[in-house]
Design a protein around this ligand. Structure first.
Ligand code: ATP
Length: 381
């Protein structure tokens, strides 16, 4: 029987509740499709940091490294200064585990309302691939004379051919397995050095994918095109910070943070990939049971696809979409059910949803991802 080892960082705030829902969904599809998932809880996040003073200890990192994939709920707490967990845990894991691309699907499911007029399931199914390890996130720079009128802050942006090529290569493979269109999103007219490198890499790699049509959009123009004409896009590849910003815009047009999933993906399979909802720990609603678990169950579906479990992945996605379509609202008490109840409903649906209603259009992200998945054990030798 196929078997996977999943490390689980439930984290803080709403993280544990939405992660429990995601695991219930994984359990349902694993039983249905005949594989097992062994989970290991890894205690990281704000609570752990406040208790131990360590953001990411060596033992936890080694434990994570031994797994096939990592499921993350959310980390964060108002008591922890900004940047400590984001840089010390999330960014550190992305780099340590060579999770060189961040995959953010922007798909509007039938029955889910978009706040943007004219956006419907037929024109909203794109994937943002964000370079995940460098750009302005590389972290170099400094602040001299802080707190004085002479203060100078430098925040360096790093763009390497190697990381850019890895993100672009993955994006072309994804586009070739989907609708065959790749858009580079950058700001080549102002960030001329980094922009030139990105464009050269897209041209060079693109020459090997003649079946993929190429397009370019400046990041500011993207903020107009994405809500007004999402159907223009299939796979959008972009720099780390631009990707962070435009994928939140994508989350909004697809129904909000409660339904936005992501994968920190290691395309080579040399270390575990990490799957997490786009939302954070949402301290304002933590403990209220009003968090929508769909972003977490959809992230778990991405995880299953990343492991090569295509049927389980599309079934969990379809079950989530089917439950979402019944909700009177996508967040808060207006959803009409608590986080745990929704998790149970999604898991029950995943156990018996009719395969015929599993909406998996040819070239969907999950199919493409499952097709590209390296077998983790083999890839790591
Ligand atoms: P963090 O500092 O951990 O990023 P945050 O509150 O700044 O937390 P988010 O957690 O992303 O950022 O939350 C932004 C807003 O969206 C909050 O008002 C939160 O309640 C709401 N929200 C986030 N996730 C969900 C969800 N799954 N269901 C419903 N509402 C959500």
């Amino acid at each position: 029987m196929r078997s996977y080892r999943l490390a689980v960082i439930a984290g803080d705030g709403i993280g544990p509740d939405v992660t429990a829902a995601a695991l219930a969904g994984v359990e349902a599809v694993s039983r249905r499709f005949g594989f097992t998932v062994e989970t290991t809880d890894v205690d990281l996040g704000a609570e752990a940091y406040l208790r131990t003073g360590e953001v990411l200890d060596e033992a936890s990192q080694s434990t994570l490294a031994e797994h096939d994939a990592i499921l993350l709920g959310a980390v964060g707490d108002p008591r922890v200064p900004p940047g400590v967990l984001e840089r010390g845990l999330i960014v550190a894991l992305r780099i340590a585990f060579a999770q060189s691309v961040n995959i953010r699907p922007v798909r509007l499911y039938p029955g889910v309302p978009s706040p943007v007029a004219g956006v419907h399931p037929g024109n909203c199914d794109l994937v943002i691939v964000r370079e995940n390890t460098e750009g302005l996130y590389a972290g170099g720079g400094g602040l001299t004379h802080p707190g004085t009128p002479q203060a100078v802050a430098l925040q360096n942006s790093v763009t390497t051919a190697a990381a850019t090529t890895e993100a672009v290569e993955f994006s072309f493979r994804l586009a070739a397995a989907r609708r065959g269109r790749l858009t580079l999103c950058h700001k080549t007219n102002i960030l001329t050095h980094a922009g030139r490198l990105w464009q050269e890499v897209v041209d060079e790699v693109g020459a090997r994918y003649p079946q993929v049509e190429r397009d370019y959009v400046h990041v500011d123009a993207m903020c107009q095109h994405l809500p007004l004409d999402p159907g223009r896009f299939d796979v959008v590849v972009t720099d780390n910070l631009f990707g962070d910003i435009i994928s939140d815009l994508g989350a909004t047009i697809q129904g909000g943070l409660g339904v936005a999933a992501s994968a920190n993906h290691n395309p080579r399979g040399s270390a575990p990939s990490m799957y997490e909802p786009v939302h954070g720990s949402a301290p304002d609603i933590a403990g209220t049971g009003t968090a929508n678990p769909a972003a977490a169950t959809l992230s778990a579906a991405l995880c299953l696809a990343g492991l090569g479990e295509h049927d389980a992945a599309v079934t969990l996605e379809a079950a989530t979409a089917s439950v979402l379509a019944e909700l009177p609202a996508l967040a808060g008490t207006a959803m009409g059910a608590r986080t745990g109840e929704l998790g149970e409903r999604i898991a029950a649906r995943a156990a018996d949803i009719d395969a015929a209603v599993v909406a998996d259009p040819a070239g969907s992200l999950l199919s493409a991802l499952a097709g590209l998945a390296p077998a983790p054990a083999e890839a790591r030798g």
